[in-house]
Design a protein around this ligand. Structure first.
Ligand code: DUT
Length: 243
């Protein structure tokens, strides 16, 4: 169907409950079409994580409307909504168990082939098969025996094995080198066609090839467009680009 993975924000404002002062998000409007990759960039505290947290209804909007596949999310059961999307949070959440168990978490019926396929896309397969126990390697508490970048790649594999319609990566490749990050994005383009992807990032290189990029500044949308157009027209984007 033509609306699978579509997201619309319409004049969305948001304040955390009980918080005084300026809203965290102010009058945000944009559309992410099915299969598009949308980048979100902005300085720390500009509201990026808050914005994506509204999509699976971790919080509800204060004003305005968010639609997923054309339907107001307030009319959708959060459980059903979260089935359709995978979110990789800023902080990875691996648990004590095998790598296989960790990737399968959230989709316990995934086959070994599906786990391997997800790990390949996330660029985790290669480092896993180089360890003696491979997918049966034990993950220590909090993933202590893996590097930051490896943990992020395992988290991305976990998100992909659920075969979501919408994938949200919240700064999930910050510890992954630029070349490996490019490989992950290339694999997603090749194997996960039709997947809508939202990428929050700190560095421009992470989002510059997105179909469009939303620039947030103190909770306001100050630019939306491609890297090329923002580089010419958006002051905040230029500042991030030059920094
Ligand atoms: N905020 C709260 N309560 C929360 C989370 C955030 O009041 O539970 C505030 C802190 C900040 C604003 O909301 O002033 C936006 O935070 P958010 O985490 O959405 O910003 P970010 O752009 O994702 O920041 P970072 O790049 O540091 O993750």
């Amino acid at each position: 169907d033509g609306v699978k993975g579509r997201i619309d924000f319409e004049r969305v404002s948001f304040s955390y409950e009980g918080e005084q002062g300026e809203p965290v998000l102010k009058n945000i409007t944009f559309t992410c079409l099915p299969g598009e990759t949308l980048g979100i960039i902005g300085s720390t505290g500009s509201g990026k994580s808050s914005l994506v947290g509204l999509i699976p209804r971790f919080y509800d909007v204060t004003e305005g409307t968010i639609r997923v596949n054309g339907v107001d999310v307030r009319k959708i059961d959060p459980k059903w909504l979260r089935e359709k999307m995978s979110i990789v949070p800023q902080k990875t959440t691996l648990f004590t168990g095998t790598v296989m168990e960790n990737i399968r978490w959230g989709k316990e019926d995934a086959t070994c082939e599906e786990v391997e396929q997800a790990a390949k896309m996330a660029q985790a397969h290669d480092f896993l098969v180089r360890t003696p126990d491979g997918y049966e390697a034990r993950v220590g508490q909090g993933g202590i025996n893996f590097s930051g970048g490896q943990k992020q790649r395992l988290s991305i594999a976990r998100a992909l094995v659920r075969q979501p319609e919408i994938l949200i990566l919240d700064d999930s490749t910050s510890a992954v080198d630029v070349a490996t990050e490019a490989k992950i994005k290339e694999a997603l383009r090749e194997y996960a066609q039709g997947l809508t992807c939202i990428l929050i990032a700190q560095r421009i290189t992470s989002v510059m090839d997105a179909d469009k990029i939303v620039v947030l500044d103190h909770g306001e949308l100050v630019g939306i467009g491609t890297h090329e157009s923002l580089r010419e027209t958006c002051r905040v984007y230029q500042e991030i680009f030059q920094s």
